[in-house]
Design a protein around this ligand. Structure first.
Ligand code: FAD
Length: 390
């Protein structure tokens, strides 16, 4: 009998993993690499400014189980992430560490000319009874919607990962014989790596290696954070508003998220605009900030500055958006060991956990089990480009 050929030895999981970008996607990837069941690997994370300095620190932090259900791949990512958020909160004491809590969620069509009205039973007592022009609608219950403080969440998972954090700007990826070998960090030299994860959010568009494969654009969005004088009166109700500032004006869709810290976060007012090079140079535009204050005052007297609400922050940041509206998660075509994760648009805080968990499995086991990553592969853009002859 002929001897059977020996089975190829499984490739050893990479030991030196470098994550580039310290937003929520980079932080969650670090966490799931270091807590992997069979090959835990503590990565190095290189961040240009400071962890959670951009959208991951300035987002709303709203989480929903089933709001991505209309797209099957996104539904799987969101549902797995929603579940992981609950598990993370249980193991990292999310309620006190980063304000994790289930919330009620309402849709309110905001009246432009409020008239005296009696309170609707769904409406929390801190919302002006005259604020809704039509009866409020329930969009989510504490079983299906929740929240975190996004900056505290990002920093908590990063700290729990034990990753070494290097502050510096990643300039390029070093590739040898088609395999990643490290990254060049401006002013610091080379950090060697067997695997690299590019998690630059909207700055992905500026990174040559990514730009050659797909586009990422930044959508600027504004937010304010207020601390009402009687913050104990503000209940855990997230509000999705529709508002016409004038009859002929474009409809605005701001969102209001009370936080367990006693603060209330309000965001909206988006604008297509190129991402500035330095995350710390991002500032809000006065007109957009003024409109958010106007809306806050219409929603609740507690949110009016002249009723004692303290202004904690007035800010802006960028959503990372792709041309087909889907995140990009997977190995870069033609470069073994180089992975990318970006384009999470308005759901990056929700979807970062399953993104990080899937990437950790792909890097350490060779295949993601938690979700099917095929629909998120960066290779999908190569097919489109070659069809267009680019
Ligand atoms: C106003 C607003 C509200 C939002 N609300 C929600 C919400 O309620 N729920 C939800 O799920 N999502 C929400 N989002 C979306 C969410 O914030 C984003 O999808 C998510 O934060 C993107 O995370 P990221 O890690 O990909 O990118 P980012 O948070 O942008 O992080 C990228 C990081 O990369 C760093 N970087 C860039 N270039 C380099 C370089 N060359 N070298 C090293 N580091 C570099 C940057 O400094 C930055 O820290 C909101 C977004 C906005 C703007």
């Amino acid at each position: 009998m002929l001897p059977l050929p020996a089975a190829p030895a499984p490739a050893a999981p990479p030991r030196r993993v470098v994550i580039c970008g310290g937003g929520v996607v980079g932080a969650c990837t670090a966490y799931f690499l270091s807590t992997h069941a069979s090959s835990p690997t503590v990565p190095t994370l290189v961040e240009k400014s400071s962890p959670a300095c951009a959208a991951s620190g300035k987002a709303g932090g709203f989480l929903a189980l089933d709001w991505c259900d209309s797209t099957p791949a996104l539904s799987a990512l969101a549902r797995a992430s929603f579940d992981l958020h609950h598990r993370l909160a249980a193991s990292l004491d999310g309620a006190s560490a980063y304000g994790f809590r289930p919330v009620h969620t309402l849709s309110i069509y905001l009246s432009s000319e409020p008239e005296p009205a009696s309170p609707h039973p769904l409406l929390p007592s801190w919302v002006n009874p005259s604020a809704p022009a039509t009866p409020p609608r329930e969009l989510g219950t504490p079983d299906t919607t929740a929240q975190v403080h996004p900056g505290l969440f990002t920093k908590a998972v990063l700290a729990a990962s034990g990753a070494e954090v290097v502050i510096g700007e990643v300039e390029r990826v070093i590739v040898r014989n088609g395999h990643v070998a490290g990254v060049v960090v401006k002013g610091r030299g080379v950090v060697d790596a067997d695997a690299v994860v590019l998690a630059f959010g909207p700055w992905s568009a500026r990174f040559e290696m990514i730009k050659e494969v797909f586009d990422v654009s930044g959508l600027k969005a504004h937010s304010i954070v207020l601390r009402p004088r009687e913050s104990a009166k503000i209940t855990p109700h997230a509000l999705f508003l529709s508002y016409h500032p004038e009859p002929s004006a474009k409809m605005l869709e701001p969102e209001v998220y009370p936080r367990p810290t006693g603060e209330v976060y309000i965001c909206g007012m988006t604008k297509d605009e190129e991402v500035p090079d330095d995350p710390l140079m991002i500032t809000g535009e006065p007109d957009s900030i003024a409109m958010l204050h106007k809306i806050a005052g219409k929603v609740s007297t507690h949110l009016k500055r002249d009723e004692g609400a303290e202004v904690v922050a007035e800010q802006a940041c960028y959503l990372p958006c792709t041309n087909d509206g889907m995140p990009v998660i997977g190995e870069m075509p033609g470069v073994k060991g180089c992975y990318v994760a970006t384009g999470h648009s308005c759901w990056g805080i929700l979807n970062a956990p399953a993104t990080g968990a899937a990437l950790a499995e792909l890097i350490l086991d060779g295949k993601a089990k938690i979700i099917d990553l095929a629909p998120f592969s960066p290779a999908r853009f190569l097919k489109k480009r070659s069809r267009r002859g680019i």
